[in-house]
Ligand binder design. Sequence first.
Ligand SMILES: Nc1ncnc2c1ncn2[C@@H]1O[C@H](COP(=O)(O)OP(=O)(O)OP(=O)(O)O)[C@@H](O)[C@H]1O
Ligand SMILES: [Mg+2]
Length: 580
Amino acid sequence: MSKIVKVSGPTVQADKMSGCFMHEMARIGSEELLGEVILIEGDTATIQVYEDTQGLKIGDSVVRTGELLSVELGPGLLGSIFDGTQRPLPLLAEGLGDFISRGAEVESLDRNRKRRFTPSVKKGDTVTAGSELGFVQETEMIRHPILVPVGAGGVVAEIGEGDFCITDVIARLENGAEISMLRKWSVRLPRPTAGRLPFNVPLLTGQRILDTLFPIAEGGSAIIPGGFGTGKTVLEQTIAKHANADIIIYIGCGERGNEMAEVLREFPELEDPHTGKPLMERTILIANTSNMPVAAREASIYTGMTIAEYYRDLGYRVALMADSTSRWAEALREISSRLEEMPGEEGYPTYLSSRLGAFYERAGRAKCLGRPNESGSITVIGAVSPPGGDFSEPVTQASMRIASTFWALDYDLAHQRHFPAINWLTSYSLTAPMLAKWYAENGRPNWMEMVKEVNALLQREEELSEIVKIIGLDAMGEKERIEIESARIFREGYLRQSSYHSTDAFCSLNRQAKLPELFLDYARMITKATDEGMPLEDILSAPMAESLLRLKEVSEDGIEEAVGKIKEKMDSYFKRGGEA
Ligand SMILES: Nc1ncnc2c1ncn2[C@@H]1O[C@H](COP(=O)(O)OP(=O)(O)OP(=O)(O)O)[C@@H](O)[C@H]1O
Ligand SMILES: [Mg+2]
């Protein structure tokens, strides 16, 4: 019998473990805490424990399970709240702040609930891995196909119809295989697809600065690096609420428990802005907060990703939010130091980049296995918390090399309460050029040119701001004052967006197609007016500047009319040389 010979923080060492394999799960001590083998030396194994190791002692038993850490997949995942190892956390959801007792073995999916299964195949049909056997209606919006498991296939001998629990057999194949609705999958193993697809559709977040200037592709990956309090969590949550994904997986990894409790309280009350249904019907929350065991942070990331892959394979567009990947990296660092591995930069393990890389690489758009005409995607948005907001630190640097979109949060902007505090000069999207065609086909033919013009405007403001710092705004020339004014109106009226304002929190593509042009028109018009000799004061006090800044608060039904009115006013005011 294996016994504990050493306890070191979140890890234990056990003897007589020969024959165990890497990443095998073990049950530790009398409470049977869940752990995973991460180092094997001779017949000793080091195990990272996914629960608090307090109270474990030398000589406590260690029992191998012969299994890898895996998650349960099937109807009933949506709306769930799990901890890092996929145990349901209903108590936390009720705000009781209570945790499941240690070592508790809880089924992730309800075994007793019956669901109506409607077959799509009949006796005698040939099916392969990934083909659809039938479906259940998981929520009002989400039809949940039940697919032939990976590795199975054959001729259907029997197929059920009616109400079944997820463990009931719903189909038998002629080769004897029995298929239920429940799947298990090892979290460290990416699920297979029938091939990757290019990034050519954006995932719309409803955030103007993102969708307009730094769009993320469906299946792409973005990182949100930002110092303390710059708005990472608010941005992740805002995207989780408003993005046009079918399924949202939100992983709270090593962040404050009260923040996560707030999410757990708030989300169940929210409405999906796209369908009007409860937001939780398309959401799965995974909570591994800072007061929970460090090792389980890694499990939470992998659990979330595996569930995301499952819904991708069903043909859905999944968005996975991870807040914060830095806490996971810190957990890797802690475990690595317990293993006495050679440290890399700032003490992080030398395999930090490859670990992060392997995670982000599981994002993508793919053809579904067994159903090549259908596709699904996983878009990953990871928050990064560089200490002191210093982006040259290892986790930000490693993540930057992998993710295709970079939304840099800025202390100064957050300090000025300009939210989202995304720095428009340092952020970028490598996938933007691949999305131009989609934008063109969706009512934005001049999108790339518009972005160029906006960038030039903002870049110019940055250059001028250096001079303003030295000589002051009043000493600037008229032309420069107008350039600064144009950029200001765009920044405040368009880029700035409140996550807390009922109308402003989400900006539709329709609005995003109209507004930038209007702002640019204004910039052109005031430049022209200066050239034609209109006095600077008249331009700066133009009454429609205020209306432009307030446009974001105009409701969707009123926007067309409001834009029209402003245009009219602009035309007449500047034509008449500043008479209101
Ligand atoms: N988009 C936004 N709209 C309005 N206010 C915002 C927005 N983003 C951030 N804020 C404000 O900034 C505060 C801090 O934001 P948040 O908690 O998201 O920061 P953070 O980067 O996650 O911080 P930490 O490093 O502590 O995790 C919020 O409480 C809110 O007041
Ligand atoms: Mg945060």
